[in-house]
Design a protein around this ligand. Structure first.
Ligand code: GCB
Length: 643
């Protein structure tokens, strides 16, 4: 085993962040602290879709100037009414609500009041009391505006927040799409258009996650970056902190263990904390005490009375890759996990705590130690749960369905680079995140694609030299597109599903050839990043027939026998497509969405879930670091936590 790439990721410490990011501000997750207050604007918002022909009536009539009328909960708007035209709506929708602000927020000029939108899909324009405050492109990453000046100008204690959101996708958005005008008036009404997309999930839109108001002092901790390393049994926590608002400040940093004992302390905006006998952050099922988290308490004081406090959970762990292994804390890690979607009945992509807890309980039940955030960044709360429960994450950006020639030009590339910067800025401190994925299955037939992905991958590596970078390809695509530049090869294949329909007997040969060809060309560890078959729950056939639960099961078993041979060599993971059934566009290829879930959309197990459960627990018991077998009754309840 030659440690070709490993050394560079673990050693670079505080280099990550400030050097490469061109973005303004740190985008720390809003947390309450003695110096910070928070007000979540969940609940009902007023809502109006702009059905006008040009979709611009809202701007022409300045809807942000007076209250809207209809009322709706936040979340995707598509599935909460009985209106087909709203379900399929493309254009601007308007959300609005009032917030009552505590007097101190509006009267204390040393308080900074921030408005943060955790996800508005796809393009958003925001006004406060009719005044434009911020715009943002991209549906899965947060953005914010300092609204202190607006709310601190008079006796006002309420503010009206208006958010206009447009879900139109173009060849330069991520994901890309295009509007197709249907000009044949014998077939379509005048002005008729549809949104065309090349990705396989429903383009839910609206306010998918919380909108929050929060405060900080006017001199404040703007960003914290942490990287970790291990020397012998000493855990090293490298930190870098940026403060905004004043040049004269002091910083005290303390690291506390799970019992609240201070294990290391330092002062200054940059430094290293040393933790002898550190408890490492281990993935679920790899260690008897997985997911150990320390708390990094940062206290900033100025010469005046101002102080700011922020506490960041920190897991000490290393990640490295060799020619044939993925190492966590120096030990071989095998991804036995899933691909997910943010998707459920009624909510669409709307954030929902009970759903999230159900999904994590199912991951624990299944014995899954990992997932990929296919095909876009998931909510920060998801990543916090992964840190807390030891679920390893391949963090993917929304680079999915990139197939149009125009989507490989400079405009698209610049946007893709900016999205990677936003993603790394948001997720860099999560120990659960072990690899970045810059795209899923872009078209390999187009010439500029090679340059595009080379640039994207090397830029991502420069943004974060502490984690490997991947690019998810399809086994039928050109091996030269991204594979020469990535650290780990992630490959999707659908043998006996999208070709050789019904011929389960060819899977093993085709899968073996796939692995051998990719490895021979690149000598890099390989993850089977997608494989699966559709099964409509309750359909049974013997012998197995496509769409029956038996076919899904048999297809999986054929893949598994090859995984078992190749994981002894260089295959370092298998991620089933998909965790649960999910909604897609309507096409004759889909029966009310994609049915490749091992759970239904309502999270009921299909037969395949039990096959995977047996398998994942067996692998876990083979590969665990301590010689006790892990009881299969594990559930989340045994590890209570707070944020
Ligand atoms: C893929 C895509 C995924 C699809 C899946 C399928 O290769 O990456 O987004 O949903 O295949 O089921 O066709």
């Amino acid at each position: 085993m030659s440690p070709k790439l490993s050394a560079c990721w673990v050693a670079l410490g505080p280099l990550l962040c400030s050097c490469a990011l061109a973005l303004q501000g740190g985008m720390l997750f809003p947390r309450e602290s003695p110096s910070r207050e928070l007000k979540a604007l969940d609940g009902l918002w007023r809502f109006r879709a702009d059905f006008s022909e040009n979709r611009r009536q809202g701007f022409e009539q300045q809807w942000y100037r007076q209250p809207l009328r209809e009322v709706r909960a936040p979340g995707a708007f598509n599935d909460i009414t009985q209106e087909a035209r709203l379900r399929n709506f493309v254009g601007w929708v308007w959300y609005e609500r009032e917030a009552i602000l505590p007097q101190r927020w509006t009267q204390d000029s040393e308080t900074r009041v921030m408005l943060r939108i955790n996800s508005a899909h796809y393009y958003a324009v925001v006004w406060v009391n009719g005044i434009h405050v911020v715009e943002h492109e991209g549906g899965h990453l947060p953005f914010e505006a300092d609204i202190s000046k607006l709310v601190q100008t008079g006796p006002l204690t309420t503010c009206r927040i208006t958010i206009a959101i447009n879900n139109t996708l173009t060849p330069h958005t991520l994901p890309p799409g295009s509007i197709i005008y249907k000009a044949d008036t014998s077939m379509y009404p005048k002005g008729y258009f549809v949104q065309d997309i090349s990705f396989d999930f429903f383009n839910y839109a609206g306010l998918h996650r919380s909108v929050v108001l929060y405060t900080t002092p006017t001199t404040y901790i703007d960003d914290i970056t942490v990287t970790t390393n291990v020397e012998q049994d000493i855990g090293l926590v490298n930190y870098w902190i940026s403060v905004q608002g004043n040049e004269h400040f002091e910083l005290e940093v303390r690291l506390l263990d799970e019992d609240g004992n201070v294990v290391a302390e330092e002062t200054g905006h940059q430094g290293q904390l040393r933790v002898p006998g550190a408890n490492l952050w281990w993935p679920y099922l790899m260690h008897e005490h997985p997911a150990y988290l320390y708390s990094l308490e940062v206290r900033m004081t100025t010469t005046g009375p101002m102080s700011d406090f922020y506490t960041l959970p920190v897991g000490i762990r290393t990640v490295a890759v060799t020619e044939s292994k993925f190492l966590i804390n120096g030990k071989p890690f095998y991804f036995h996990g899933v691909n997910k979607h943010e998707d459920s009945d009624i909510r669409g992509k709307g954030f929902d705590w009970p759903l999230l807890m159900k999904d994590f309980n199912l991951l624990y039940w299944l014995g899954a130690n990992s997932f990929r955030t296919s095909h876009y960044p998931y909510s920060e709360e998801v990543l916090q749960l992964c840190d807390r429960y030891g679920i390893v994450v391949i963090d993917e950006c929304p680079g999915v369905g990139i197939v149009l020639p125009q989507s490989f030009g400079n405009e698209s590339l610049q946007h893709h680079l900016a999205v990677m910067e936003e993603l790394v800025r948001r997720d860099k401190n999560h120990p659960a995140v072990v690899m970045w994925s810059v795209a899923n299955e872009p078209s390999s037939a187009l010439k500029p694609a090679g340059y595009y992905f080379k640039t994207l991958i090397s830029h991502t590596r420069a943004l974060d030299p502490t984690r490997p970078v991947t690019f998810v390809t399809n086994t039928r695509y050109d091996a030269d597109l991204g594979a020469p530049y990535v650290d780990v090869i992630c490959v999707n294949s659908y043998f006996s599903w999208y070709h050789d329909y019904g011929h389960l007997e060819v899977i093993q040969l085709q899968l073996k050839s796939q692995f051998e060809n990719w490895y021979k060309t690149h000598q890099k560890p390989i993850i089977q990043s997608e494989y699966g078959a559709e099964a409509i729950t309750g359909f049974h056939e013997d012998p197995p027939i496509m769409f029956s639960e038996e076919y899904q099961k048999a297809l999986l078993e054929n893949y598994h026998s090859v995984f078992d041979q190749k994981r002894k060599e260089y295959v370092v993971g298998e991620l089933i497509w998909n965790f649960a059934d999910f909604m897609t566009n309507q096409t004759p290829l889909r029966v009310i969405g994609n049915k490749k879930g091992i759970f239904t959309r309502q999270r009921h197990p299909k037969s395949a879930a039990f096959i995977l459960r047996e398998r994942y627990w067996r692998i876990a018991n083979e590969t665990r670091q301590h010689h006790h077998s892990v009881p299969r009754t594990q559930c989340l309840g045994s590890r209570p936590f707070t944020f």
